[in-house]
Design a protein around this ligand. Structure first.
Ligand SMILES: C[S@@+](CC[C@H](N)C(=O)[O-])C[C@H]1O[C@@H](n2cnc3c(N)ncnc32)[C@H](O)[C@@H]1O
Length: 239
């Protein structure tokens, strides 16, 4: 039921057409986008020509980033509408990506074929994300890596989730719970990073002058005990 609602949400014109604009084009949105890309880049330092699967690729923020770095990208998403935007954007960039409409819980690939899987802002749409992680581990080669993020239950985000969930379902989880899931799914945590002490939407809705201040506050708070209360936790898992 929850998954059906997520599916319907990413089909709606008002969501799809404004996905990038609403989230990543304001000053605060750019701050969020560039930091997310920097974090994923710092977790994924592999050499060129890796075969990477972007699960829940959406409009292709990470597919395009990684393709520009010289990797071969397969973009999977259940939403034809999101993939159409990705297709348009990648063509504008002169990139040749392989686009597949499919379900992340039933990846249409054989075992052990990708060097890496990346899945950003996706896992938190699942009440039980174990199956998604297992699928990504299954299609990744031995010693390959899987990068994904989760919304931290021990963050400010928990106060806003009931409102956010009126639009689309998001699941919050503790780092400890995710570590257990990773271990039982057969993966090994290689690295983890915490960021965005303030939830994303605060950045994207803040006026320009405030964003400068918030950026500084974010970076300072990361040197304090509040780091563990960041709203997003990024994991790099090794198969
Ligand atoms: C918040 S967007 C993230 C898009 C992109 N990764 C990014 O960071 O901008 C979530 C994406 O996951 C996709 N998605 C959600 N559940 C899925 C499923 N079961 N199978 C495939 N894609 C799914 C949605 O269609 C949507 O494009």
């Amino acid at each position: 039921m929850k998954q059906e609602k997520v599916k319907n949400y990413y089909k709606k014109d008002r969501v799809v057409d404004k996905y990038d604009k609403k989230r990543f084009l304001s000053k605060g949105g750019k701050f969020v986008d560039s930091n997310e890309k920097e974090i994923v880049g710092s977790l994924f330092k592999e050499k060129k020509n890796q075969n990477i699967l972007d699960v829940g690729a959406g409009t292709g923020r990470f597919s395009i980033l990684l393709a520009k770095q010289g990797h071969n990208i397969t973009c999977l998403d259940q939403s034809k509408e999101m993939l159409e935007i990705l297709d348009k954007k990648s063509k504008q960039e002169g990139l040749n990506l392989s686009l597949i409409k499919g379900d992340a819980l039933k990846l249409p690939f054989q075992d052990n074929i990708f060097d890496a899987c990346v899945s950003i802002r996706v896992l938190w749409h699942f009440k039980n994300p174990e199956k998604l992680l297992e699928e990504m581990i299954r299609v990744t080669k031995k010693d390959g890596i899987i990068i994904f993020d989760l919304l931290n239950k021990k963050s400010l985000r928990r106060f806003f989730t009931p409102v956010a969930n009126r639009f689309v379902y998001t699941n919050l989880m503790t780092k400890e719970k995710m570590k257990n899931i990773i271990n039982t799914s057969g993966g090994n945590i290689a690295e983890e990073k915490e960021y965005f002490i303030l939830p994303y939407f605060i950045y994207r809705h803040s006026p320009k002058f405030l964003v400068n201040f918030l950026e500084k506050a974010e970076n300072k708070l990361h040197r304090t005990k509040f780091k563990k209360n960041s709203s997003v936790i990024y994991f790099k898992v090794k198969k």
